[in-house]
Design a protein. Structure first.
Length: 183
């Protein structure tokens, strides 16, 4: 069962919409443009990742997960330019009704409230359309900007996970957050 999402307008004329195979070139451009900006927060990437072909492969994988109801890959688009990504992933049904969320913004779009606006839209969709109970997020311990976005969006810190993800070539601790969507 595919996960659905209706396009949403965000501040500054940005549109939040489902990722498409047609985004491969623009997404590759965004990753190249933001390579240094994202490097401290991302896994080590192969050179192929930064190409349209590499992005098409990533997009197809994410859309496949969406078609199975296991994810919701979204882009923040400014015309044909990608200004960021926000993804629900690891959607689990049954007694858990939970997902993880991750996001990044183009370096030229930070500090404008876009991450908070996109996060609010995804939270509403997760609660109202997907019927999820909980969303989890993890940030590197030094990623205070992302932690602030999460707290402003109603997430609560639930702990620190040692050596949680391999980021920038090494296993790093992450602060874990959650947002309960239903009482």
């Amino acid at each position: 069962m595919a996960t659905t999402f209706a396009d949403r307008g965000l501040p500054g004329g940005i549109i939040l919409r489902v990722l498409s195979e047609d985004d491969a070139g623009a997404l590759a451009d965004a990753y190249v443009r933001n390579r240094g900006h994202l490097a401290p927060w991302d896994p080590t990437r192969t050179e192929a990742f930064f190409t349209p072909a590499g992005q098409l492969e990533q997009i197809r994988e994410k859309l496949s997960m969406r078609d199975l109801g296991l994810g919701l890959p979204l882009v923040l688009a400014e015309g044909v330019t990608i200004a960021g990504i926000i993804n629900l992933s690891g959607i689990v049904r049954g007694a858990f009704q939970s997902a993880s969320i991750g996001y990044w913004l183009d370096r030229d779009h930070t500090g404008r409230g876009l991450a908070s606006a996109a996060l609010t839209a995804v939270i509403e969709t997760a609660r109202d359309d997907l019927g999820l109970h909980r969303i989890q997020a993890a940030t590197l311990t030094a990623n205070h900007a992302s932690q602030s976005v999460l707290v402003r969006s109603g997430f609560e810190r639930i702990g620190v996970a040692p050596a949680y993800l391999q980021i920038a070539g090494r296993w790093q601790d992450h602060v874990l957050f959650q947002r309960i969507l239903h009482d």
